[in-house]
Write a protein that binds this ligand. Sequence first.
Ligand SMILES: *Cc1c(COP(=O)(O)O)cnc(C)c1O
Length: 334
Amino acid sequence: MGNNVNSFENSFAEYCGTKHCIGVANGLEALRLILEGYKTVGRLQEGDEVLVASNTYIATIFAIKQAGMKPVLVEATTEIYNFDIQALEKAISETTKAIMPVHLYGQLAPMEEISKVAKKHNLLVIEDAAQAHGAKNENGKRAGNLGDAAGFSFYPSKNLGALGDGGAITTNDDVLASVLRKLRNYGTSSKYVNELTGFNSRLDEVQAVFLNIKLSKLDSDNNRRREIAKRYSSEIKNKKITLPKWNGNEDHVFHLFVVRVEDRTDFMEYLKQQKVGALIHYPTPPHRQEALPEFNSLSFPVTEKIHNEVVSIPMSPVLTEEEVDRVISVLNSW
Ligand SMILES: *Cc1c(COP(=O)(O)O)cnc(C)c1O
């Protein structure tokens, strides 16, 4: 936590348009610490319900559980792989205190609708921005500045990645920020004076050096990702492949380019034969995971359909035009 962390925090806060950025050890802890911070300031308490999309990456749900709160899963839609807003409002109970939207695959969650629901029911909005560094809404506001606080991950494969683990929290809340600066480092604001039962969740100085350099390339990397996404969107023409819904704006930074197919086994086998890399994000929905037995008997048909059909095709700012050509022609020939 020296000059490089400090300098990265200032640059990333400025980039996101927020008053504060607090570097932490990873994305999971960024999300958990936000909740712990709100507990410390008395805005949240153990047992509170937090609404989360049932198709999110499991980290969002773990963060809520580890902070002693109750994740309430809300069904998704296949439109933008995010909250079904009607289901979101229906899931609100007396003990609901926060909504934790995820900008999944790099596409902003429907924040306007979510904020409306949050305002009406007096709920906190905590963004899981781990896949959406730099995504911008139509007013030019970026991920990390669209709710009360946001958690980022700098895991190497994210749009802004370190060369190891790292994470950050952004917020405009002075009180929360000051508590988080203590909580991430043993509850101290000066050495060996422990004011809170804190965590060891520091952003490493060495990772901050890499992040400072890579932040200057984030916009051009995201633009390149969108260029590739535009080519995929207009040139992949195969009735068996459903393309992601996107309006062409900067609200998507294409952390992943996710298509859907009904016969995924055949598609994956074909891509393997053609030597086109493909991954599944994610093969098993959180409510079917052994780690979350309390949800195992629940049914989320849309989420299950998403998990059965999604395939992430090659997406990276370093893909060449020839590689993009080849992905397109291989997909069109399936
Ligand atoms: C990567 C990721 C996280 C967790 O980040 P780590 O740094 O791996 O702990 C949380 N949420 C989402 C949506 C992610 O993609």
